[in-house]
Ligand binder design. Structure first.
Ligand code: ADP
Length: 176
């Protein structure tokens, strides 16, 4: 399988995906909030909240693994993106690290399929086009030298991410 066969793009609600792991864009406390993380906690149920509370804080750029509880996904990877100020506070490196930490956890746990939301582009305010570029480039580089995860899904929820990912992945020759 080529690297491009291992990347997919879909539009929709990440909580409905039947993959080994869904990634959520958490905050450092891991105990839920709004956006995608609120949706993941609401759909997974109170067991997730309890497990997250037992983990404690997750610093930005890092990731933690929990069960999937009531989600169709077996696992949830919680990662914390950067709060975007003006780009001069290392935000791009933190975002890259959030993707890499999630991929590393997936590899360590032999997770075959993983779905990412557009981390940090909601409440955290990271500009969509720059975030899309970092997401696609980081994942593509990872796939070139790692067997796991076998399949990576970018799950876009709203414009402008839908058109940005569609364009960037099709330019890279990736099947949609
Ligand atoms: P952050 O705080 O990291 O910016 P947000 O949850 O506010 O995280 O937004 C991250 C992205 O998640 C946004 O593109 C938002 O549209 C998207 N999103 C919100 N709900 C869902 C969902 N149910 N499934 C997939 N993506 C979602």
């Amino acid at each position: 399988m080529t690297t491009s066969d291992r990347v997919q793009f879909i539009v929709g609600d990440i909580t409905a995906l039947e993959v080994d792991a869904v990634v959520t864009a958490a905050n450092e406390s891991l105990i839920g909030g709004g956006g995608v993380d609120g949706a993941v906690h609401a759909a997974a149920g109170p067991g997730l909240f309890e497990e997250c509370r037992s983990i404690g804080l997750c610093p930005e750029g890092e990731a933690r693994l929990t069960g999937g509880y009531l989600l169709p996904a077996k696992h949830i990877i919680h990662t914390v993106g950067p709060v975007y100020e003006d780009g001069s506070f290392g935000e791009a490196n933190v975002l890259r690290s959030a993707y890499e930490s999630s991929l590393r956890l997936a590899e360590e746990n032999a997770i075959r399929s993983i779905a990412f939301p557009c981390i940090a582009t909601g409440t955290y305010g990271f500009p969509n086009a720059a975030a899309c570029e970092i997401a696609v480039d980081t994942v593509t580089k990872w796939l070139e030298c790692h067997e796991y995860p076998e399949l990576i899904v970018f799950c876009c929820f709203e414009e402008p991410d839908i058109s940005l990912y569609r364009e960037r992945l099709s330019n890279a020759g990736q099947a949609l």
